[in-house]
Design a protein around this ligand. Sequence first.
Ligand code: SAM
Length: 374
Amino acid sequence: MAATVVSDSILRNDADGPVPVNGGLGTDSYYNHSFFQKIAANVAKDMIDEAITKKLDVKSLLSSSSTIRLADLGCAVGPNTFDAMQNIIDIIKQKYQSQFPTSPIPEFQVFFNDQPTNDFNTLFKSLPPKREYFAAGVPGSFYGRLFPDSSLHVVYSSYSLHWLSKVPKGLEDKNSPAWNKGKIHYASAPEEVLRAYATQWANDLNDFLNARAQEIMPGGIIVVITHSIPDGMEYAELANGMMYNCMASILLDIAKRGLISEEQVDAFNLPTYAPPPAEFVSVAENNECFNIVTMGESNPSPWLTDDVHVDMNEFVSHIRAAMEGMFFKHFAREIVNEMFEQLEVKLSEISVEMESAYKDKIQAYYVLQRNYSG
Ligand SMILES: C[S@@+](CC[C@H](N)C(=O)[O-])C[C@H]1O[C@@H](n2cnc3c(N)ncnc32)[C@H](O)[C@@H]1O
């Protein structure tokens, strides 16, 4: 029998996609500034645990193998991925033990996926020494195939699927109705810009689900936690919308001082989109390979009480750790440093509005199950 050639047509190289988070363990690293993403994932934890416990039929998944295989897609460098993977393993173990108290616990394998330029060295060096799983790294875009047919049981992806595979078409073209002049994101942008982002995101999610439909065994589960926006709300009303607008206005001010050109600002757009739940449901339902087992919206903010305020220095550090690479790819280092320094000052001036906007439900979670047929 001829071996399958795993070609570029299924393995995608999204070279124009987002630049990975800051690597290493230093003061500007994602490792040390991913606390917000950790809190965010914890907010949805109980509902997700319950859905996995109810729906995952471990016995039938193990009919063809004695190993449970998990994948974290968009795992970054840690440490959040380690907690997430251990949590899912704990749930599966508990369920298995309660159903089959005398059977030996299955073995687990965890695949850590991210873009090829992610700092996998930091990830592997930080693996928990007492982990209960075999670990492997899988570089590549999760918008294409990453694994063999029917080889996975549980896929998890947190705060990664709001990253598009590329900047949407037309945003940087003067002759396009979606030209995003003077902005770096769709917050406060014309309707055509929003539509270009939404279309790109829907195509990307569809590619993601098509790839996973091949890779996940019937009955297997996908858990998605993602940045979101309540249906019908404008992005500029969210704290992150205020932030993207501040970033654009700082860059335009720097352009007025002649340090960069306005064209440079016009030619920069962040490939990130917060899908309203209705858009997620529409793509997932059209796909037909998965059922939505449970979903919900939540507020991941650590600033829900009046006496806890945004520490703007930490807030900007966490944004830098996740996103500054994208700015460095386009602007000189001094410009990016100045932009983030000014950002902290400007956001501190509007911290009351930011905190109030952070009370919105800007996170959604979804648990999808691979159909047994189709
Ligand atoms: C904000 S981090 C979230 C990391 C981690 N899941 C957490 O919750 O801390 C988003 C990660 O998604 C990765 N990512 C974005 N697009 C991707 C793609 N198409 N394929 C694989 N990874 C991707 C980025 O490189 C980044 O490491």
